[in-house]
Design a protein around this ligand. Structure first.
Ligand code: BG6
Length: 492
């Protein structure tokens, strides 16, 4: 048997993408609640109004809404995260289905805006605590371990428009207050915590935004630094509250290959992974910035406000494990320097790999790349514990008249990825688990579509929110159940 008996088989969901109930029981709005849908190649934007009445729009994740502005909802528009999969009212039924599959773990995110909707000054929202306690109790009932993510692009929106977002260091204290409430209130139920989801995403978004100014560059590097410090402080706090807590900080696995064996491509690829993955994972695992950080800050011409206190926090707040997401790989070429992931401009990064097939949303399917990623991280961090959080295929599923959903493509996708991870583990990689995205259908983060489905459980809801919200088991549901039952031995 390749995998240990404690291997964490499971899935992932996230508050903004699954819960719905966006303004119920005291929750305040988050930036995602203002995002209009996009689609393949068309990013999502949130509209805001400046004090002088002028309107503007902020690219998703960019935190571009200026201080003093107000996010607005446009009339007659669909805001998909408002309804999502309505997990808020279906969590018992959903968790029972996950238990039927034999889940050992579920990665959930706790919405900051349900717990502290108006920040420290507004106090705790008891209904937010009650909701997550109810979810955690339900998970415990079935022996499903929660992997609890504390931040996934979902702080209350007023932090952006009133505080100026993560570039304001006061936000660190607000975040820690939120973390403390979670560590204290949920400590009897949670062992695994994740401080931030995809902490490298802001930097990636910066490269994808061809309109980014020098001020944006400075802001985003400072914001990311502040998040890394916040994460390290949260790890210290979590360990103080309960030394048994295992706490990680997650990176988006943007793994790449050189486009060719031309040394220029090889160096460009090395640089791409330093700039977009390792800069962050090095800080998380080693507790300090790597030597090449200086080169990156010089290239972007940014100056990070970095105190000796920060230095101590980073070293004292090293993670216990490294969670990462993995969806696709790309190739990097030394020939271009322009990158434009969100704006569709041809770029050094977006070189498709001729050896790989793509999903309907043009994400390249690369199971062997998962082994490559695991080995890279394992070598770099000397057998440090890794956890695959989020790996899956977005596809248009069809609900047949007999309530079946034949998603053989999803089974093939996961089968190959599980084979790849088993191969890495058999060669010594220290892997804690595999939680796939997203066990239950939910709103796509990047496009706001519901038709881009990832789950083993189908939700009857359309892009515009119409539907019965009934849950149906896809073919992959039964397949994953068998995989878990046999601890990954039977993948047929
Ligand atoms: C991950 C995000 O990077 O990608 C998820 O953490 C997201 O929130 C997932 O849903 C898939 O992306 P998308 O755009 O297809 O939803």
């Amino acid at each position: 048997m390749v995998l240990s008996k404690d291997f964490l088989w499971g899935g992932d969901i996230s508050a903004t993408q699954i819960e719905g109930a966006w303004n119920e029981d005291g929750k305040s709005p988050v930036e995602t609640d203002y995002l209009l849908p996009g689609k393949k190649g068309i990013p999502r934007y949130a509209y805001y109004q400046l004090k002088n009445g002028k309107m503007g729009k902020a690219l998703q994740f960019s935190g571009q809404a200026p201080k003093g502005s107000k996010f607005i909802l446009k009339k007659d528009q669909v805001y998909p995260n408002h309804f999502a999969s309505d997990f808020y009212h279906h969590y018992k039924e959903d968790i029972a289905l996950l238990a039927e599959m034999g889940f050992k773990a579920l990665n959930i995110t706790i919405s900051w805006a349900r717990i502290l909707p108006n920040g420290i000054k507004g106090g705790v929202n008891p209904k937010g605590i009650d909701f997550y306690l109810a979810v955690l109790k339900e998970l415990k009932k079935y022996n499903i371990k929660p992997i609890t993510t504390l931040y996934k692009y979902d702080m209350p929106a007023f932090y952006i428009t009133e505080f100026g977002g993560w570039s304001n260091r006061e936000l660190i204290a607000e975040y820690l207050a939120f973390c403390k409430i979670c560590f204290n209130n949920f400590k009897d139920y949670v062992e695994y915590w994740v401080t931030f989801n995809e902490i490298n995403i802001l930097k990636w978004t910066l490269d994808g935004n061809n309109n980014a100014s020098q001020t944006d560059k400075q802001r985003i590097f400072q914001e990311t630094h502040n998040q890394l410090v916040a994460s390290a402080k949260a790890i210290q706090l979590g360990h103080d509250i309960n030394p048994a807590n295992k706490i990680g900080c997650m990176v988006c696995g943007l793994f790449t290959y050189p486009r060719t064996c031309n040394p220029d491509d090889v160096l460009a690829n090395q640089k791409f992974m330093q700039d977009n993955i390792f800069l962050f994972s090095d800080v998380i695992v080693r507790g300090h910035y790597p030597s090449y950080a200086k080169r990156i800050f010089e290239e972007y011409n940014v100056n990070i406000e970095f105190s000796t206190e920060d230095e101590k926090d980073l070293i004292n707040g090293k993670a216990d494990f490294l969670p990462f997401s993995y969806y696709f790989t790309n190739c990097v070429s030394g020939a271009h320097s322009q990158r434009g992931l969100l704006t569709g401009v041809s770029s050094a990064y977006e070189n498709k790999n001729p050896y790989l097939k793509s999903t309907e949303w043009d994400w390249q399917i690369d199971a062997k790349g998962l082994k490559y990623a695991l080995e890279l991280l394992n070598d770099r961090y000397d057998n440090f514990p890794l956890l695959i959080i989020e790996n899956g295929i977005g596809a248009k599923d069809v609900l047949n008249s007999d309530n079946t959903i034949h998603d053989q493509y999803r089974i093939d996708y996961h089968r190959k990825h599980i084979k790849a991870l088993e191969s890495a583990v058999s060669e010594g990689v220290n892997l804690l688990g595999y939680t796939m995205w997203s066990c239950i259908d939910l709103v796509s983060a990047g496009t706001g579509e519901l038709r881009k489905r990832y789950g083993f459980i189908y939700i009857d809801v359309n892009d515009d929110g119409t539907g019965t919200y009934k849950r149906y088991k896809k073919d992959s549901f039964y397949w994953y159940k068998k995989v878990i039952q046999t601890n990954g031995n039977d993948l047929d």
